[in-house]
Design a protein around this ligand. Structure first.
Ligand code: BES
Ligand code: MN
Ligand code: ZN
Length: 489
């Protein structure tokens, strides 16, 4: 879909659809009043009859005998809250996508969103419309949904200098769609090798991006005993995928994102129960969000140095798999007693973190991982869990979360929790027992990031929607990550 600036008025539009913003009580914008007048009070009548209630997210298509279709976009009450605005644009985008219209015109004049400017609204608008196009039918043999996208162009009434806002929102939407696709792909397709190939494909899109992929031999050489203790249980070879995006000044220390890429998590010998286990294909969503962020960064062509690292492996039970009680040595020399093979994410991440610190001397590191069921229980699907002892980094990530409306909530990471990881036989255990599971997982990672500007995002609850018809990746936290990096420029 193309997003184009326009100076047209809704009443003169000769295209296929106009999007009419409406509030549920009283005051309509000058734009929608003008449309109402042009249609001899037709819209006012719909509102009076309560045929259209204009609650936030309500949306309806009205075919017209003459002229473009109307797409009514409910905003709820004034003043418009950010959450209602996002519901509204998503609702309208969905209606447009379901229609046969190939283009539409939207005018947000007169809509003020609490606490945000017009640039923000334009970015969210483009992100929502781009996102509405996402569908996953790669694996349907003859899909009815397999038709090409009908929506080609969204014309947006805004000043001449606003194209960059639309481009930003669109780039985020595309990064999210890519992240969702990688997540939704079946685990027999989206293997560690597949993710490595995807990284190589991304590198062909930009001169600024180069990839380095470490195979198991190389990781053996580097002493990544912790990572390899997970990957060796599977016939799929593990990969450490490094994507270096050098858009900034030569020599400037890069910001690094490290993603957990367990392409399927059976639990290993500490096998998970069968019900719903298919959803453990989403255990690579941290990795997918790093790849999606790289794609967005390429499109935005931002002048910063950043590196995306993906620790990709499959966690399987087998004759080669780790057993509870095994002790392995991580790249930094720490010995780890594996008390539960289902706590595998931290085992691959710790070596990725050591490697990142040694190789890149990063300005900051953020890891993103579907790490613990405990985080999902604590925060549900609303917030990602944020752990860091660095107040500045916490503030930056929470600010990015706030602007992008990609919610995150800070959870504790005090030193007092560290002793829960004590092991009788090794330097540390890979689990901390029943209590504070999301925090002890973060504590484990903190042992490998001492002295670094580091934060951990647990996206176990936010990376995908579970079960039934809703099942699917969300594309989060790409908006948060992109806004975090963009603020560095
Ligand atoms: N990938 C899971 C965490 C997870 C579970 C994410 C459910 C989303 C939904 C992770 O590898 C895991 O199995 N964690 C264990 C850790 C435990 C053994 C200490 C967990 O959370 O149960
Ligand atoms: Mn696990
Ligand atoms: Zn896992």
């Amino acid at each position: 879909m193309q997003f184009k600036l326009s100076q047209a008025s809704l009443n003169d539009y000769s295209g296929q659809a106009i999007i009419v913003p409406l509030t549920s009580k009283g005051d309509q914008t000058a734009v929608s009043q003008a449309v109402d007048k042009n249609l001899n009070g037709f819209i006012g009548q719909l509102l009076n009859n309560k045929d259209f209630k204009a609650k936030a997210g309500d949306s309806q298509l009205i075919p017209m005998a003459n002229g473009p279709r109307l797409i009514l976009m409910g905003l709820g009450e004034l003043p418009v809250t950010p959450g209602d605005f996002i519901k509204a644009v998503n609702g309208a985008a969905k209606t447009l996508k379901a229609s046969a219209a190939s283009d539409a015109l939207v005018d947000l004049a007169g809509i003020e969103v609490q606490g945000h400017d017009q640039d923000w609204a334009l970015r969210q608008l483009a992100q929502a419309f781009q996102n509405s196009l996402y569908h996953f039918d790669e694996c349907k043999s003859k899909s009815e949904d397999n038709k090409p996208d009908t929506v080609q162009t969204l014309n947006v009434v805004a000043g001449n200098d606003k194209q960059s806002q639309l481009d930003f929102g669109q780039a985020v939407g595309k990064g999210m769609a890519y992240t969702k696709k990688l997540g939704d792909l079946p685990p027999n397709v989206a293997t560690p090798a597949y993710l490595a190939d995807e990284a190589d494909k991304l590198a062909t899109l930009s001169d600024k991006l180069t990839t380095h992929i470490l195979d198991e031999d190389k990781m053996e050489e580097l002493g990544m005993g912790s990572f390899l203790s997970v990957s060796k249980g599977s016939i799929e070879p593990g990969k450490m995928i490094c994507m270096e995006y050098m858009g900034g000044k030569k020599g400037d220390a890069p910001h690094v994102l490290v993603g957990k890429g367990i392409t399927f998590d059976t639990g290993g010998i500490s096998l998970k129960p069968g019900a719903g286990m298919d959803e453990m294909k989403y255990d690579m969503c941290g990795a997918a969000s790093v790849l999606g962020t790289v794609l967005t960064m390429i499109q935005l062509d931002l002048p910063i140095n950043f590196v995306g690292v993906v620790a990709a492996a499959e966690n399987m039970p087998s004759g080669h798999a780790s057993k509870p009680g095994d002790i392995v040595t991580a790249m930094n020399g720490t010995t780890i007693e594996i008390l539960n093979t289902d706590a595998e994410g931290r085992l691959v991440l710790c070596d990725a973190l050591t490697y990142t610190i040694d190789t890149y001397k990063p300005a900051s590191i953020v890891d993103i991982a579907t790490l613990t069921g405990a985080c999902l229980m604590a925060l549900g699907g609303v917030n990602s869990g944020l752990f860091t002892q660095d107040e500045d980094l916490a503030a930056e990530l929470l600010a990015a979360s706030e602007t992008s409306r990609d919610a995150a909530w800070r959870l504790p990471l005090q030193d007092e929790y560290q002793e829960l990881l004590d092991s009788n036989f090794a330097d540390i255990a890979n689990i901390g027992g029943r209590l504070a599971g999301a925090t002890t997982a973060a504590c484990f990672l903190s042992r490998f990031t001492k002295g670094q500007k580091w934060a951990h995002l647990d996206i176990a609850g936010t990376a995908w929607n579970s079960g039934g018809k809703n099942k699917g990746a969300t594309g989060r936290p790409v908006p948060l990550l992109v806004n975090y990096l963009a603020a560095k420029v």
